[in-house]
Design a protein around this ligand. Structure first.
Ligand code: GRF
Length: 198
């Protein structure tokens, strides 16, 4: 199950990877917090069921959390992947499913919705992307994997983010595939991929 809010190129990478049986996972559904985004069209083109759950359609955020949890539960996912999903997930979703997020910075640096802009503005020479488990905070969950991306002279937010997304798509496909095939364990802030040693 993949949650999107925008162009869905990370989703597309997962859709492409899941075309190969050996990947060990398939995208059972795609959920969004808004209509009319490319991410939903990508799912429809791949014949993957989609749904939209808008925060604004519910009286409270808690009701949205409840409705989103029920909608995700219909697909019985083993894993929920937040790939460019721009809402903070509520305690019901997080308490019901393991959730992985991909973030376009080397957490804990530059959490939140403007990571690439802030990294560029700060003047870092190295940034990158992080795949992590989602906890109740904003981009604060245990880190699973990271990949560094150098900032180039002349980079603007778009060129840097595109280069980060190239690394991000590759890392997300690798990690989601390994989690699906080999499982994972969490101890404190340490996530180990693969089944626990006997
Ligand atoms: C990704 O860089 C993701 O980390 C960030 O927004 C971007 C989404 O890109 N939150 P896409 O929708 O997967 O193309």
């Amino acid at each position: 199950m993949v949650l999107v809010s925008g162009s869905g190129t990370n989703l597309q990478a997962l859709l492409d990877a899941s075309a190969d049986e050996a990947f060990g996972a398939r995208v059972v559904a795609v959920g969004a917090d808004r209509d009319g985004i490319e991410g939903l069209s990508r799912a429809e083109r791949s014949g993957v069921p989609t749904f939209v759950q808008k925060v604004g359609d519910h009286a409270t955020r808690d009701k949205w959390d409840e409705a989103l949890t029920a909608q995700i539960a219909e697909y019985k996912p083993d894993l929920v992947v937040s790939a460019g999903f721009m809402k903070i997930l509520g305690p019901r979703v997080l308490g019901s499913f393991p959730v992985v997020n991909t973030h376009p910075a080397l957490l804990p640096a530059f959490p939140g919705a403007h990571a690439v802009h802030e990294a560029l503005a700060y003047g870092v020479r190295l940034t990158g992307c992080t795949v992590h488990l989602v906890d109740a905070g904003v981009d604060t969950g245990p880190v699973i994997a990271q990949e560094a991306v150098a900032v180039r002279d002349g980079d603007d937010e778009e060129s840097l983010h595109e280069r980060i997304k190239t690394a991000e798509r590759r890392l997300l496909v690798e990690i989601v595939g390994r989690m699906a095939r080999d499982g994972w364990t969490v101890s404190g802030r340490t996530v180990r991929l693969g089944r626990p040693a006997r």
